[in-house]
Design a protein around this ligand. Structure first.
Ligand SMILES: NC(=O)c1ccc[n+]([C@@H]2O[C@H](COP(=O)([O-])OP(=O)(O)OC[C@H]3O[C@@H](n4cnc5c(N)ncnc54)[C@H](OP(=O)(O)O)[C@@H]3O)[C@@H](O)[C@H]2O)c1
Length: 202
């Protein structure tokens, strides 16, 4: 069984994007990653860098953790708006949408069905782990299926925006066990947690 891993960049106050749902790290965005943050991704999670960033940085490394990336249609649309029809050509790429009639790219699979059932099938059939890139709304729908959380915590607060589990998340206390943490000089902290069985004890 492979795992579903929600690896996400979050502000200190728990947001993955601003209220407008635009790309916060794009040109004119408010969220600029530090050089050591980018370097950490290059060394430890090279497959999570989009294809254009890999090309710009000269990254040709094999996939380390993930073989598949899953994302919500609004996150996928951020790349599309920049003219990128598949930001992760080095991974199997699945986009969840009930409104897209067809995929803009033959290498991107658009799934209109239930994300939970689809993820349960993917976990059984995929060898490598599955990366849930976001956004918050899809993560909220898949919250019960997430086996591992990797939070890339940025030294930034924004007050409001799209929360880690979306604006419609339901109240569901869940306990997690810390398995790894890395503190970067630039101020970001990478936190890895695995889901704990049983009731939360905090
Ligand atoms: N900080 C980070 O690491 C990070 C990572 C990724 C994205 N983001 C940001 O996140 C923002 C987008 O997040 P978001 O929460 O607004 O949207 P999202 O989760 O990316 O996409 C939401 C869409 O996914 C589809 N979807 C969601 N739940 C579904 C379900 N149960 N069944 C079928 N389809 C479902 C729907 O598409 P349809 O409407 O087509 O049905 C829905 O409108 C962007 O600003 C992006 O830049 C940040």
């Amino acid at each position: 069984m492979s795992k579903l891993v929600y690896l996400i960049a979050s502000t200190l106050d728990g947001f993955v994007a601003g209220p407008d749902g635009a790309d916060p790290t794009g040109p004119g965005g408010f969220w600029t990653p530090s050089p050591d943050y980018v370097q950490y991704l290059v060394e430890h999670y090279p497959e999570t860098l989009p294809g254009p960033a890999r090309a710009a940085l000269g990254v040709t490394a094999d996939n380390v953790h993930f073989g598949t990336v899953v994302e919500g249609r609004k996150s996928y649309a951020v790349g599309l708006a920049a003219g990128v029809t598949n930001a992760y050509p080095h991974l199997r790429h699945v986009v969840f949408s009930r409104t897209m009639e067809q995929s803009p790219d033959p290498t991107v699979e658009v799934v209109a069905g239930d994300p939970v059932a689809t993820l349960q099938d993917l976990k059984r059939s995929e060898d490598k782990d599955i990366w849930l890139v976001g956004g918050g709304e899809l993560a909220g729908a898949l919250a019960g299926e997430i086996d591992r959380l990797i939070v890339k915590l940025s030294p930034l607060t924004i007050g409001t925006g799209i929360p880690v589990f979306g604006r419609s998340a339901t109240f569901a206390p869940t306990a997690w066990e810390r398995v790894e943490h890395t503190v970067l000089d630039g101020g970001a902290v990478f936190l890895t947690y695995d889901r704990l069985a049983g009731p939360p004890q905090v």
